[in-house]
Design a protein around this ligand. Sequence first.
Ligand code: PSU
Ligand code: MN
Length: 291
Amino acid sequence: MIRIADEVRESTAVVALETTLVAHGFPPGEGVEVGMESERQVRAAGAVPATIGVLDGEIVVGLTEAELARFDASARKVGPRDLAAAVEQRAAGATTVGGTLAVARAAGISVMATGGLGGVHRGFPDPPDVSADLGQLARTPALVVSAGVKSLLDVAATAELLETLGVPVLGFRTDTLPLFYAAAGGPPVSARVESAEEAARIARAHWRLGGGGLLLGRPPDEPLDDVEPLIEQALVEAQAQSVSGQAVTPFVLSYLHRESGGATQRANRDLVAQNARLAGAIASTRLSARS
Ligand code: PSU
Ligand code: MN
């Protein structure tokens, strides 16, 4: 059911990458470019990328370039609950952070990179929309590098829930959790780290204590500071169009990409690549939940 590419199987420094952001996070065509750039960044840091998705009845760990090109907007968004059905129904399945972590756990991979973690959506509890990224992160011994939590969410509630779940929230050379597009203004992290090695040491210690996942927030190099008004517009528009559930995040991201004249799209693309690079450096310390 799980096919692991030879290169991934043979390496001790692997970074898992997701496919939801490839299929649903960018306009048609650009997502695949972002995915390929993430892979290049992981390699440049001395590690092996394992982009994960469901194709033709298999969960693939380490998609080829031709396989990655199949992840367009027609692919199902696949969280942890959706993996089995996507396999059995032979659907093309783009894994979220949560879906990717579920596979990484099965494949023994302990580092992943994304853009922004999912979390508690605004307006809780009406309805109580909480990304499955959180529960899966709590139970998977893996370190996820992201630009914090996507700011279209209720970031404060998400930070509280991460604490409740016992997930360490590390800040890469920052004392506060980055807000995806913006670098500053987020809630405090549980510990600040100064290097890839320090993050890896804390992750190893956490796993020796029987802990699960950790989040490492890396502030974007070129932050965008004034996105909040557009986010509020996007959420009003989503509600007006009755967009709900899994469709909310892709709807809001594409609204922002359009209404910002491409500024959020460039910022998102760049921060994904920066996170992949850092994840590669962390994996290169031979960070493994098994060691
Ligand atoms: N980071 C990005 N773009 C994205 C995502 C992360 O820069 O599209 C995706 C991830 O796959 C994450 C998902 O798991 O958004 C969260 O969606 P939801 O809130 O519906 O769980
Ligand atoms: Mn949801």
